[in-house]
Design a binder for this molecule. Sequence first.
Ligand SMILES: [Zn+2]
Length: 76
Amino acid sequence: MTPDAILALYDWEIGACFRCSAADAFVTRIDEIVTPRGERYELSACGICVLGMEEERRHHAERKGFPYVAGELGRR
Ligand SMILES: [Zn+2]
């Protein structure tokens, strides 16, 4: 899969990346944290970080012998 094809699997909006701290970047929501006090934070990542995490998932799947499916960050 090309990087463009992987990125096309996600929805993008302007925001900040939790991973590399890029601000005003195109990001996609990949997780949500609820603090003990009930505050809800959204974790979004930029395209470069999404590709990095997809690459990690692909390596992990290969090591474990699982099929790798792109586009599933935050959809567990
Ligand atoms: Zn980033």
